[in-house]
Design a protein around this ligand. Structure first.
Ligand code: DGY
Length: 324
């Protein structure tokens, strides 16, 4: 008998066929309380769960007594209660490798757009305001040879450092729990404490997952350490930065600009003060959102679920100890 699986994200046809070949699949629109009621029987019978974005908490787990594996179409898993999953011997699979280069491209796009005011000046031209040669009022600041600070030197940090070092001749500082030898050897990156990184970087790039330790890691006190010309980039998780403190710093002009792909609340409310600031580049959490990479993430998530339900946790498992 094929295992039962709940799918809460629509997959391309070829990947759906691959999943159907292995499992009895019930596709549901999302994991809302309403759908948990509506599909209670299918949830109660399922051994696997595949999708992204929605919360997987102890209430949902209680409705899924036969669950053995969840597979998320994302690298981040802050919406999963991993402790509760481990207690119930449910493993969590994720997609940490396939999106690295694409997210690093997004970070570089935020660095360039915020420094050279790309989105602001695009809107200015389209509004018919380009009447003569630009004046200093439209100038930006250089990116090349400026210091890039990477907070969280994982795979994505490394790919960003590669772009910054080879493409833009930027000195790299990084803050991480341990020495990253490859970043140091290949890109001359220098490990410093957070305070030094904030004080010395022209671009402070946050690429951290959201945990209890990283929540509001960057608040008023940390923003005060940044250069007045400093630019804050966040493409990790919104709540790593205290958004009210960031708004205050931008309004007071104690930092120069921000480039944000993530927000404390997503979608960011249309009336957020952040969106009123011309020196904020705001993107709708598109870090990994290219056709190629989103397909690759879904492909990996399908393969991860197949592997996990066959007991193979060698790759991409967050909590392999939960299986024992
Ligand atoms: C991830 O994979 O975690 C990205 O942030 C997209 O959600």
């Amino acid at each position: 008998m094929k295992p039962n699986v709940i799918l809460y994200k629509t997959l391309p046809d070829d990947l759906r066929q691959k999943l159907d070949a292995q499992f009895n699949v019930t596709e549901i629109p999302d994991l809302s309380a309403e759908n948990q009621k509506k599909y209670a029987h299918a949830l109660a019978e399922a051994q696997g769960l595949l999708g992204s974005g929605d919360k997987v908490d102890s209430d949902l787990l209680a409705n899924m007594p036969h669950l053995r594996a969840c597979s998320t179409i994302s690298v981040g898993y802050d919406n999963f209660d991993v402790n509760a999953m481990s207690q119930r011997n449910v493993v969590l699979m994720h997609t940490p490798t396939v999106l690295t280069e694409t997210v690093a491209d997004t970070l570089m796009a935020l660095v360039l757009s915020s420094a050279r005011r790309v989105t602001e000046l695009d809107a200015w031209v389209k509004a018919g305001k380009w009447k003569e040669s630009v004046s200093p009022a439209e100038y930006g600041v250089d990116v090349h040879h400026k210091t890039l600070g990477v907070v969280g030197m994982g795979r994505i940090g490394l790919a960003l450092a590669q772009r910054a070092h080879f493409g833009f001749s930027m000195p790299i500082l990084y803050n991480a729990r341990s020495v990253h030898k490859e970043a140091e050897d290949r890109f001359g990156a220098q490990r410093v404490d957070l305070e030094t990184l904030l004080k010395e970087s022209d671009f402070v790039c946050i690429i951290l997952p959201l945990t209890e330790q990283t929540h509001h890691l960057i608040g008023a006190e940390q923003l005060k350490l940044m250069k007045k010309s400093g630019i804050l980039i966040n493409a990790g998780r919104g709540p790593v930065v205290d958004e009210n403190a960031l708004i205050a710093a931008l309004q007071a002009g104690t930092i120069h600009a921000a480039g944000l792909d993530v927000f404390e609340q997503e979608p960011v409310p249309a009336n957020s003060d952040l969106l009123k600031l011309p020196n904020v580049v705001a993107l709708p959490h598109i870090g990994s959102a290219t056709h190629e990479t989103r397909y690759g993430m879904m492909r990996d998530a399908v393969d991860n679920l197949i592997a996990a339900l066959q007991g193979n946790l060698e790759k991409n498992c967050v909590n392999p100890e939960a299986a024992s």
